[in-house]
Design a protein. Sequence first.
Length: 133
Amino acid sequence: MTITVANSGEVIALSYLVNKAAPENLVYRLFCNNITPAETDTASTFTEAAGGGYASKTLTGANWTITGGNPSTAAYAQQTWTFTGALTTNPTIYGYYATRLTSGDLVLAEPFTSFTPAANGDNIQLTPQITAE
């Protein structure tokens, strides 16, 4: 699947580049509404998973590995969400989205093959990576 960088995410990136905005950690969240992410989305476009032991994950800036090249990448260690049972929202997860920790602004989103956690120990693994050319 392809990551969609929201318009707000593009503005945030440009603001960082010219030192106009202070960086914030990213929070990775799983969404359970069956949508195709678009550049015009906001964080409220997505229905975050709830219940079943789910919790969002904060990815701290110091733990990203940045590699220059063609393309350049920012990579983070694999993240695992382990569930204790079914979700209390829509039971199916369709992808993830990332917001800024303090402001809550949407940065990016990506759909993946849908997954329905049902039993204790069911899990989703994601290795965050952002590529720029």
